[in-house]
Structure formats: structure tokens, C-alpha cells
Design a protein around this ligand. Structure first.
Ligand code: NAP
Ligand code: GLV
Length: 309
């Protein structure tokens, strides 16, 4: 019985060793060196190449090294009917909470303006509105969005969230579906995207959406690059409809050196680091999920493929 692990870059062996120590009953192998293909029963993957998973004829489950599963569903030759388990957990939630709060506070407290003033040796004091007068909107109220919304509300922000189905979160105004979309956007001075990438959400951050935000709103995208129509964002930044953006995720990663976001004065680029899963913390969740799956127990992270996220 073996499992294969696919991660990108130099961390492969770190992952393999950790998973081997957490799941000693398996032979844990790297994707590049899978051994006999028919022995592989589980694949733990980040961005598997198209057609890659179908080479394992006895696959019992695919584990996403990520909360999102879009990188797996993107494979047009994905073996149908194989269950997909995503990875969640308190470490992932805490890291995303830090990222969202850091960047909401950065815009709220006008850090980019202070950095610019410092570079010019200019003393530019100004009165900041209190957090209670700053309206923050979170798109997606799942594990990550709901936690970020709660935390921002605790800090004192006036927080609203938007999801597919109705939600109740203490201290957070909630909106759902098409019906609640425009009202949610109209009040979002700082908009945070924490949606999964699905056919319904691809390209959702476009000119039409930006036009519905208050003039001079800020955008923080820590979900997927494909949520953004890049040309529309660049136009909205240039017109001042969007005053600044923090982007952690991109259509192409690594972000190509000639991409205009790198040098845009109103954009902060981070290299898909908002909330990473590492083998020490994420590995434990993955091993626990696999054990529950193998034992036939309930696995809350088992993806409902009819929803697509
Ligand atoms: P989740 O628990 O599945 O929650 C997704 C939320 O989005 C739910 O509230 C869902 O509504 C809502 N939603 C889905 N489709 C929608 C639609 N068409 N309209 C409105 N709302 C919709 O996901 P999560 O664990 O919070 O993660 C969210 C995403 O963050 C992941 O899919 C991944 O892309 C991204 N992510 C990025 C990083 C990073 O480092 N940058 C790290 C982790 C995750 P319901 O509640 O009604 O189902
Ligand atoms: C990271 O992007 C994730 O989906 O967990």
C-alpha cells in the first residue's frame, strides 16, 4: 500500500519524510518516483499536472494540500468518482486571520501613505476614522472568511460578509447570493476575497463589481488569481475607483517578472503566502483525515463535489 505526494519545489523531501513518520503503514513516495502505479492508493497533491492522477488505477482518494480544490478539478482528465479531501485546520485559519487583519489594518491606518511620506522626509499627520466607522466586506464566509470576519469585528471594524447560503455570525452583518450582492458591495470600503474558485466565482472581481464599491475602496485578494479580471483591476486602480490592492494570488504563479502588478504604485504583491500548509502542521490534519477515511468514519473535509468547493 503506497501513497504519493506532489508538492512544488524544494519542500518535497520534507513533506515525504513527515508523511512517512505520520503514516508508517504506507510507503510514502514522491510523485516523481511513484514506484508501481497500481500500488498507489492515495495521492496528496498541490497542482497535479493535467492527466497525472489518472495514471494510478487504484486511487481511493485524492488529498488537496490546500483548502481549495480548484487546482485538482482543473485537470480535464481527473479520474471521476474518486473522493477529494481538502485540508483545513486551526493553523491555516490562524495564518489567514493574521494576513487579513494585517492588510485591512494597513489600509485602514494608511500605511502606504506614511511610507511614501517617509521616503520624502515629509511629516504628514492626519486623523484616522475609528475602526467602528470603517466598513469591511468579506466575500466567502467559510472556514477562513468567517474567522477573519469575526476577528475584524472583535478589533472593532464594521464588518459584513457575503456567502452563497444564509449565515449568522455574531457581530457581522451577513448577505447571501445574488439578492444580497449589491447591498453588500455598496458598503464595502475594504473588500476581502476569500471565495473558492468555481465557475460561479471565476472573474467575479471585475469592472462591474468595482463600480458597485464606494469610490476609493481597497481590495485584498487572498483567494485565487482567477477571481480577478486583471485588466479591469488595473483600470479601476488608474481611475481611483480602487485606491489600493493587496494581491497574494495570480493567474500565473510565480508572477512573471514583466507583470504590471509588480511595479504598480497602488499594489502590494505577496507570493501566495497568506496561509500556507506545511508538513508539520498540515501533515497532521492530512494524516488524521486519511485515517478517518480509511476507517469509514465521517470526514468533515471530504468535498461535496456537487457544490464544487
Ligand atoms: P470554504 O470553507 O469552502 O468557504 C467558502 C465560502 O465561499 C463559503 O461561505 C461559501 O458559501 C462561499 N461561496 C462559495 N461559492 C459562492 C458563490 N458563488 N457566491 C457566494 N459565496 C460563495 O473555503 P475556505 O476554507 O474558507 O477557503 C476559501 C478559499 O481561500 C479557498 O478555496 C482557497 O482558494 C483560498 N485560500 C487561499 C490561501 C492563500 O494562501 N492565499 C490559503 C487558503 C485558502 P456557503 O457558506 O454558503 O457554502
Ligand atoms: C492555498 O492556496 C489553499 O488553497 O490552501
Amino acid at each position: 500500500m503506497s501513497l504519493v505526494i506532489r508538492v512544488l519545489g524544494a519542500r518535497s523531501e520534507w513533506w515525504r519524510e513527515h508523511m512517512q513518520s505520520l503514516l508508517p503503514e504506507f510507503e510514502c513516495r514522491l510523485w516523481e518516483d511513484p514506484g508501481p502505479l497500481e500500488a498507489v492508493e492515495y495521492a496528496i497533491v498541490w497542482r497535479p499536472p493535467a492527466g497525472g492522477l489518472k495514471q494510478f488505477p487504484n486511487l481511493k482518494a485524492i488529498v488537496s494540500i490546500g483548502a481549495g480544490i480548484d487546482h485538482i478539478l482543473a485537470d480535464p482528465e481527473l479520474p471521476r468518482g474518486v473522493p477529494i479531501i481538502r485540508t483545513t485546520g486551526s493553523d491555516l485559519t490562524e495564518r489567514m486571520r493574521e494576513y487579513v487583519c494585517l492588510h485591512v489594518l494597513r489600509f485602514h491606518r494608511r500605511l502606504p501613505e506614511h511610507e511614501e511620506a517617509q521616503s520624502l522626509h515629509e511629516w504628514r499627520p492626519g486623523i484616522n476614522p475609528p475602526a467602528s466607522e470603517r466598513k469591511v466586506g468579506i466575500m466567502g464566509l467559510g472556514n477562513l472568511g468567517a474567522d477573519a470576519a469575526r476577528t475584524l469585528a472583535m478589533i472593532g471594524f464594521d464588518v459584513a460578509g457575503w456567502s452563497r447560503g444564509e449565515k449568522t455570525i455574531e457581530g457581522v452583518a451577513t448577505y447571501a447570493g445574488e439578492a444580497g450582492f449589491d447591498a453588500f458591495l455598496a458598503r464595502s470600503e475594504i473588500l476581502v476575497c476569500l471565495l473558492p474558485l468555481t465557475e460561479a466565482t471565476r472573474g467575479i472581481l471585475d469592472a462591474a463589481l468595482f463600480a458597485k464599491l464606494p469610490k476609493g475602496a481597497f481590495l485584498i485578494n487572498c483567494a485565487r488569481g482567477q477571481h480577478v479580471v486583471d485588466a479591469d483591476l488595473l483600470a479601476a486602480l488608474d481611475s481611483g475607483q480602487i485606491a489600493g490592492a493587496t494581491l497574494d494570488v495570480f493567474h500565473q504563479e510565480p508572477l512573471p517578472a514583466d507583470n504590471p502588478f509588480w511595479s504598480h504604485p497602488k499594489v502590494l504583491v505577496t507570493p501566495h503566502v497568506a496561509s500556507l500548509i506545511d508538513p508539520v502542521t498540515g501533515g497532521k490534519m492530512i494524516a488524521a483525515n486519511l485515517r478517518r477515511f480509511i476507517a469509514g468514519q465521517d470526514v468533515p473535509d471530504l468535498v461535496d463535489l456537487s457544490k464544487g468547493y
